[in-house]
Design a protein around this ligand. Structure first.
Ligand SMILES: Nc1ncnc2c1ncn2[C@@H]1O[C@H](COP(=O)(O)OP(=O)(O)OP(=O)(O)O)[C@@H](O)[C@H]1O
Ligand SMILES: [Mg+2]
Length: 390
């Protein structure tokens, strides 16, 4: 069952913002971060003046073309290479000018899940995982180490592969051992480079659910480099690296997506993009499980929905035959429903059911009015668009 969470579609988790006001420290704070490879004439800049603030408990997904600098940025965040230019504080420590010994100490606080698995070929899966624990918690009893390593391997679905060596495991299984090893010491920061690339949909989900659990329960910050669209929904923010610069984050990206979706809805047909982005700001995220009813025919609901992911069925029953519903249409990503709720107080004229797990964005009358209140022209634009259609 997918948890039902609610937060602004275009904004950071509100708890994150309250952290700022409470004076809490970010887990990652990069300012003017640049990086170069090579020397002399071969010197080549690969990261350009990047600023980034990430908070405890946030899950960040980083995407971008091959060669754009994602791995370089990750290795800087994890003190696998030295900062050359700009400032970088991670987990409360400045990594600028850090000595090798300090960097090594620092790395113990981080969970690395990198493309190359780097598993020890001579050790079994569980021995590989235990090694990570021993490094961080040498005082833990052997029994406790064994128990923790077993628990994490079970949670990535490797119950019956614990005593196999890497060469007896498939690519996806090795990947899951690497993930277990990266998470077993419950680090405050996890850096993952394409962690689900070799995994099927089910295993990929299991892994991101583990990430979510860590983020929620231990306030672990998780940075995931991925091209896997199937896991984008776990991100609090999506960063895009292009040519060594962080070009956008979810704020911009989601606002743009919502704006495009809204532009297709007759209610907003004549509304300018600038105003639409204001409306986009008022949307709330909702996850709905497969089989769940979203709207009930006859109810007085006041929400307008956009489908960000998933598929729903719109069904209607005749007044005299309320038990038999007929499907009118199926809607999917990019479609919307319930828009009349924003404008009129009429009861719902159909029911809507989720056919698969859905990620929905909704706006109610109150939020809609908030957006209207923010701009004089907006109200005029919407009214014009709506009433001209009558
Ligand atoms: N050790 C290195 N020495 C010299 N150049 C390097 C080194 N590592 C990376 N580069 C170069 O720096 C740029 C950024 O590389 P990086 O590995 O960070 O990209 P990436 O975004 O992770 O790409 P991919 O999606 O293919 O993994 C590339 O042009 C790459 O060729
Ligand atoms: Mg890379």
């Amino acid at each position: 069952m997918i948890p039902r969470t609610m937060e602004r579609a275009t904004q950071f988790d509100p708890s994150t913002r309250s952290k700022i006001s409470q004076g809490q420290s970010p887990s990652i704070l990069a300012q003017g971060l640049s990086h170069y490879f090579g020397v002399g004439e071969l010197k080549k800049q690969v990261l350009f003046d990047n600023n980034l603030t990430v908070w405890p408990g946030e899950i960040i997904i980083m995407t971008g073309p091959s060669g754009s600098g994602k791995t370089t940025l990750l290795t800087l965040l994890g003190a696998l290479r030295s900062v050359q230019e700009g400032s970088l504080e991670v987990l409360g420590e400045s990594l600028v000018g850090a000595k090798p010994r300090a960097m090594e100490q620092f790395r113990r606080k981080v969970g690395f899940i990198f493309q190359a698995h780097n598993l020890f070929e001579s050790l079994t899966a569980i021995q590989n995982v235990r090694m990570a624990l021993e490094l961080c918690y040498p005082d833990l009893s052997a029994q406790e180490q064994q128990d923790r390593a077993e628990r994490i391997l079970v949670s990535v679905g490797l119950d019956n592969r614990m005593h196999h060596r890497p060469k007896q495991l498939s690519g996806g299984q090795k990947q899951r051992v690497a993930i277990a090893r990266g998470l077993v010491h419950e680090p405050k920061l996890v850096l993952a480079d394409e962690p689900t690339a070799a995994l099927d949909e089910h295993s990929g989900r299991t892994v991101v659910e583990l990430f979510q659990k860590l983020a929620r329960e231990l306030q672990t910050t998780i940075v995931i480099v991925t091209h896997d669209n199937r896991i984008l929904d776990v991100a609090d923010r999506i960063l895009t690296l292009v040519d060594g610069s962080i070009r956008s984050d979810a704020l911009v990206k989601e606002a743009a997506i919502i704006t495009q979706m809204l532009a297709k809805c007759p209610v907003f047909e004549r509304v300018t993009p600038r105003t639409l982005t204001r409306v986009a700001d008022e949307f709330t995220i909702e996850h709905v499980a497969a089989g769940q009813q979203i709207i009930r025919q006859g109810d007085q609901g006041d929400r307008f929905y956009l489908i960000r992911q998933g598929r729903v069925s719109v069904r209607r029953s005749q007044p005299e035959q309320e038990t038999t519903q007929q499907e009118i249409v199926q809607l999917s990503q990019g479609d919307f429903f319930g828009e009349m709720a924003l404008l009129s107080g009429q009861p719902r004229n159909a029911s809507v059911w989720a056919l698969e797990p859905c990620l929905l964005y909704w706006l109610n009358q109150e939020r809609f009015q908030t957006a209207l209140a923010d701009t004089v022209s907006m109200e005029a634009e919407v009214r014009e668009a709506y009433f001209d259609r009558q």
